[in-house]
Design a protein around this ligand. Sequence first.
Ligand code: DC
Length: 224
Amino acid sequence: MIIAIDGPAGSGKSTTSRAVAGRLGYVYLDTGAMYRAIALAFIRRGEDALPGAADSVLPTIRLDLESGPEGVRVWLGEEDVTGLLRTAEVTRMSSRVSAIPSVRRFLVAEQRRIVDRQAARGRGVVVEGRDIGTVVFPDAGLKIFLTAAPEVRAGRRAAEMRLGGQQADDAAVQEDLKKRDRDDSSRAVSPLIPAGDAVTLDTSGLSFEEQVELIVGLARERGI
Ligand code: DC
C-alpha cells in the first residue's frame, strides 16, 4: 500500500510523513532528498542546471537511501551526504534541477524501484514529494495534499532553520518560499498540483499531532 503526501515547502510534509509512517509501521520515502542529492552532484561537478549537463551527470550517479527512525540517510556512491542536503545553495539548485525532464525520469524510475522492493517484502510506504499522487504513483491508496498559508509555512521553515543553527529572517524566508512555489507550480513537467482524487488538508490552524491523527484516520478508513 502506498500513501502519497504532496504539497509545497513548509507545509509540514516531512515531519508529518515521517510520523504517519511510524504510526502505521510503513517505510518513509523522502523524494525531495533525492532531488537535493542530484543538486549536490551538479554543484560539485560545477555544472549549471541544464538538460545537457544532466546527460553527463546522471550516468555517473549512484544514489542510495536508507529509511531509519530519525529520517532518511542518503548516499551518493560511497559517501553519506545526508548532512549536506539542507544548505541554501542545495535548496536553490534542487528546485532548478527538478525542472529538467531527464532528472525527473531518472528519479521517478528510482522511486518506483524503491517502493517495489518494499512491496515485495510486504511493506507499505509513505512517499512524500510534489508529484507523487499525480505522476509517480497515480494509483496510491491514499493521496494527501498538504497546504498552509504562506506566512505560516515561512514561519515554520524559519524556525526549522534556526533549530538547525542557521540564521533566518521570516520575511526573506517567505520571499524564498514564494519563489520556489511559483517555480514548482509553473514548471512544464510535473508541476506541483493536487491530484484530482487527493484529500487537501490546510494545516494552518492544525497542530502537528492533529495533522498526523487526521491522516492516520483517513488511512484507517481505507483499510490501511
Ligand atoms: O521537499 P524538498 O524541499 O526537500 O524538495 C526539494 C526540491 O525538489 C523542491 O524545490 C521541489 C523538488 N521536488 C520535486 O520537484 N518533486 C518531488 N517529488 C520532490 C521534490
